[in-house]
Design a binder for this molecule. Structure first.
Ligand SMILES: *[C@@H]1O[C@H](CO)[C@@H](O)[C@H](O)[C@H]1NC(C)=O
Ligand SMILES: *[C@@H]1O[C@H](CO)[C@@H](O)[C@H](O)[C@H]1NC(C)=O
Ligand SMILES: *[C@@H]1O[C@H](CO)[C@@H](O)[C@H](O)[C@H]1NC(C)=O
Length: 217
């Protein structure tokens, strides 16, 4: 059903696609962010806030590794957009839902998460959870993605048509691939990749852990 693509390189990537754009594409951290994995930007080279932020893997500011990761991110974004069959969610806010693997669309262009969403691997522990948003995704402060019955963070993809915001003290488990930017507020955590294709990744005292052997999309 899905194409194969592995995210093996990046934990956080701010990148740019397309020609003739003059967007900012930076990776910026404030405070004691801890990224367990690799960090990069492409084609921009603006990585600020490290230190005091820590990136345990390699940091590639406009280097080959980051640009290869950009290609992987863009492929994954496009593959996810083409994935199906899609299932229409009953509401624009994921809070309180328990969902099996699937490719989900929202009733409105923007989507959100307030409280917790539970992703249930009972029907397929290696199944993928793909959320397709036409515009923004906003996770409220202290929101959570809970995984049960073998569901894996590396199989969760939030595909954002514009920008994503993750509220303070949230605990998410998802690869968040945004067409524009990703902002993670104070003290949040995530297991998965963050990728901003045309804008910036902005972090504040966050704990981000890449899933180095994420399965395919
Ligand atoms: C982007 O910036 C460069 C250098 O400042 C400029 O030459 C170019 O015209 C700009 N491109 C666009 C599409 O604005
Ligand atoms: C479980 O999901 C994976 C990934 O989408 C897929 O390759 C596999 O066929 C699924 N297994 C079943 C039993 O549906
Ligand atoms: C990832 O690797 C770890 C350690 O090698 C393993 O325990 C885990 O099952 C792997 N996850 C996937 C999704 O392959």
């Amino acid at each position: 059903m899905y194409h194969t693509l592995k995210f093996t390189y990046l934990a956080v990537l701010a990148t740019q696609i397309g020609l003739g754009r003059n967007c900012t594409y930076d990776l910026t951290s404030t405070g004691n962010t801890l990224i367990t994995g690799n960090c990069g930007t492409c084609p921009g080279t603006a990585i600020t806030g490290f230190p005091p932020g820590v990136c345990t893997g390699t940091t590639s500011a406009g280097g080959t590794a980051a640009c290869l990761a950009e290609d992987a991110c863009l492929s994954a974004y496009n593959n996810a957009r083409a994935a199906g069959p899609t299932v229409a969610l009953p509401a624009a806010d994921l809070g309180g839902m328990t969902l099996p693997p699937g490719v989900y669309t929202f009733p409105t262009s923007a989507g959100s998460l307030t409280g917790a969403v539970t992703l249930d691997g009972a029907t397929n522990a290696t199944g993928q959870f793909i959320f397709l948003l036409a515009t923004t995704f906003e996770a409220a402060a202290a929101s959570q993605i809970l995984l049960i019955n073998g569901a894996q963070a590396c199989n969760v993809y939030i595909i954002v048509g514009s920008s994503a915001t993750v509220g303070a003290a949230s605990a998410l488990q998802a690869n968040i691939l945004a067409y524009t930017s990703v902002a993670v507020m104070n003290g949040a955590s995530n297991n998965g990749v963050l990728c901003a294709l045309n804008g910036a990744v902005t972090l504040i005292n966050d704990a981000l852990t890449t899933q180095s052997n994420c399965s395919s999309l």
